[in-house]
Each structure stands twice: as C-alpha cells, then as structure tokens.
Design a protein around this ligand. Structure first.
Ligand SMILES: Cc1ncc(COP(=O)(O)O)c(C=O)c1O
Length: 392
C-alpha cells in the first residue's frame, strides 16, 4: 500500500506555514494529537507521582503509559525504560554508572558527540573505531581488535545523524558480547526512520529522543531491567531505589510524557494496520522508511547532477539524510539562501564532531544537512533542488 503522505501531513499544523521542513534530523514538528495530549494532561490536572489523590494517580498512569509506548517503539521491556530530559543527559548518567578507571570503552568516529564524550570522560581507557571518511562506512572487522576482556562498553550509533550510515550494529554487538562487553546503542537518529528491534540489534542499552519522531523534548534509554538492577548510579538518599526510577533524577515533565505516548500512537497509525501497537508500529515504520528512501533517491540524484555540489558519504545502508556542500558558498550561506526560499535545512557539524573531523570539514563550517522524515513529500525535495539550482 502506498504511504498515505497527504493524510500524514494533514496531522501536522506547523506544515501549513509555507516552509519545506527538511530539518527533521534536528527535531521534527508535532502532530495535533501530540499537542492536544500535552494540553489535555495539563487541562485535566496532574500532580507529582506517588500521592494519595487522583491528580497524582493520573501522573502515575502517564508515566506507566509512556514507558509502555517507548518499549513498543523499540521492542524493549517497559520495566527497563528510563525517561529523562534528553539523550545526552541520560547518557552522561549511564556512562558514569557503567564505566570508570580500569575499564576500557570503545567509541566510534561515526557517532554523534553525545555517544562519544560521555564515555571518553569516564576515566576509562578509550579505543576508537575508525570510519571510512569517503564512503561513510564503519567497518565491523576492526572491532575484533578493539574489544578485549577489560572492555566494559561498546558505544555505537544505529545511524549517523549527518550522513545516515546504518552500521552493522548486530555484528558489532556480537563481537562485544563474545568479549563480555555491553553495547550502548544511540538510536536517536535511527528511530525516526524505520522499524526498531533493539534485541535484534543486540543493544543492551538503546537510547532515543522523542523530539526526533514527532514527540516533545523527552529522552529515553531502554535496557533489560535485570541489567539495570546491577547498576548503582549516584542518586539522592530520598529518591526511589527501584528500577528504572533509580536512574531518573528530579521531577519528570509529566505532560510531555503524555505527548510521547501520543507520538508513538501517531507513528503506529500513519498506515492503517492490524494487530497490537508494536505490530502496527512495525508495519507503519516500514512503510515510512520505504517512502523516505524513495524520495531520498530523487533528492541525492538531483543534488549530484547540480554543478558544484558535493554529497558527503555513500554508505550502503542509510537513513534518508543528505549532507552536502556547494562550491564557493559556505554551508551557512547555503542555509540562509534556502531559508529565503522557505526551505529549512541545517548547517554545520551538527555535533558529528569526530566524523566531520575525519572528513576534514569540521573547521570549515561542516556542510548542509537535508533530512527526510515521514511527513516530507516530493514538493519538499523539489523545492530544495530548485533552491540549490538558483545558487549554482
Ligand atoms: C544521533 C544523535 N545522537 C544523540 C543526539 C543528542 O540527543 P539529545 O538532544 O536528546 O540529547 C542527537 C541529537 O541531535 C543525535 O542526532
């Protein structure tokens, strides 16, 4: 069945402002159902959790529903869903509980800095997995010599946030697990672009952020609750010592958590499907991925035929995320020109600090990123290509 792009776009009020939103890799727009779920939560009255009165019970229910929704989205266990303000904050917290001096950690130059620096700053010995700066691939073979019996964590991304590379995480995880190491998989970019099965990926920890997939600014890390039971993060003496609450600091953004659940429900309903929410998510996200990749073929082919345009990276398996430069123009100038044409793109290193360093463009302003998400359509791609053509 073709992806019902018109119906999907109609869910997003912000898409009516005349702009082509190709900045989804930095954060998506939100559908009406999410906006309404958040305001309904406030309208209905919420309290802090664990109280004796109904408004508090409503927040208890919101948190439980949110854990169940995120677990459905990534194929995890709701009892192991840690919620927090964003992936970076949660990763710093987990990294400190997981590794320290005497341990080894493996990080990759493909990763967003949020899955690099929290590990390199633990005091553990750091080993680097190198990326091929031309293809944008992360060769798996190197992991055999990077991992040993002292390796505590292998941190790797499920997809690059600038060039979209989907490395073979399952094969990397197998090497890590054989050595007794844990995997910490950054799914912040990947989750928006297709079905996720964290167990099939071999992810002991899978991190994601709802604002990349139509939800509010909330992050989550999902793990086996039995594994979480073995970890002791720093925490207040007075806060719950249960799992996953032990990993959550302070008071949650309860209304936003209601929005996260609504976002998962929205993703599950993009394409009419049967079965439980997990099954509908798999169907819907597979259709969204196909839709994105079809448009992406047009986008990349179009960019490559324009004079002076260089598209960075050519990985075999990728998300619909393009990173390109235009000869004679800085990435910022290109983004400003496109903004005048009402086309939103991002420019810079986009926190892919190591990768843009390996490609040799970090200090020259990086490149321009145009990323597709499920609500993008052919007119968004055409407007980007027309905009760039006017520059060339
Ligand atoms: C791949 C990837 N990892 C991590 C992050 C950081 O996520 P957060 O903003 O939730 O801390 C981002 C944000 O752009 C990202 O794209």
């Amino acid at each position: 069945m073709p992806f019902p792009i018109k119906a999907v776009r109609a869910c997003y009020p912000a898409l009516n402002d005349g702009y082509a939103y190709l900045d989804g890799a930095a954060g998506t727009q939100t559908p009406r159902s999410v906006i309404e779920a958040i305001s309904d939560a406030y309208r209905g009255g919420i309290g802090n959790v664990g109280g004796a009165f109904p408004a508090s019970h409503r927040s208890d229910a919101i948190v439980a529903a949110c854990r169940a929704a995120v677990a459905d989205l990534v194929g995890g266990d709701p009892r192991g869903v840690i919620l927090g303000p964003n992936m970076t904050t949660l990763t710093y917290r987990l990294s400190q509980a997981l590794a320290g001096p005497g341990d080894e950690v493996v990080v990759s130059r493909l990763d967003h800095d949020a899955n690099v620096r929290p590990w390199t700053q633990t005091g553990a010995t750091v080993r680097w997995a190198e990326v091929d700066p031309v293809t944008g691939e992360l060769p798996v073979e190197q992991y055999a010599s990077l991992v040993n019996e002292r390796t505590r964590v292998v941190a790797v991304t499920a997809a690059s946030n600038i060039i979209g590379t989907r490395p073979d995480v399952a094969a990397i995880a197998e090497i890590a697990h054989r050595a007794g190491a844990l995997t910490y998989v950054d799914g912040v970019h990947a989750t928006a672009h297709g079905p996720v099965d964290m167990r099939a990926l071999g992810a002991d920890f899978y991190a994601t952020s709802a604002y990349k997939w139509s939800g509010p600014h909330v992050g989550a890390v999902v793990a086996d609750p039995a594994l979480l039971e073995t970890l002791r993060p720093d925490k207040l003496a007075s806060s719950p010592d249960t799992v996953p609450e032990r990993f959550e600091t302070g008071t949650a953004a309860f209304a936003d958590l209601e929005g996260v659940t609504a976002a998962v429900d929205h993703l599950a309903a993009m394409v009419p499907g049967a079965g439980n929410r997990r099954e509908r998510l798999l169907t819907s996200m597979a259709a969204a991925e196909e839709h994105e990749l079809e448009l992406f073929g047009v986008l990349v082919e179009g960019l490559e035929t324009l004079p002076g345009v260089t598209v960075w990276g050519k990985p075999a398996r990728r998300t619909a995320t393009a990173y390109f430069t235009v000869a004679g123009r800085t990435p910022r100038e290109v983004a400003e020109h496109l903004a005048r044409q009402r086309v939103n793109v991002w420019n810079g290193h986009n926190y892919a600090w190591e990768l843009t360093g390996a490609m040799g463009i970090r200090d020259t302003g990086g490149a321009v990123r145009a990323g597709l998400v499920p609500y993008n359509d052919r007119s968004d791609v055409d407007r980007l290509l027309e905009g760039i053509a006017k520059l060339a």
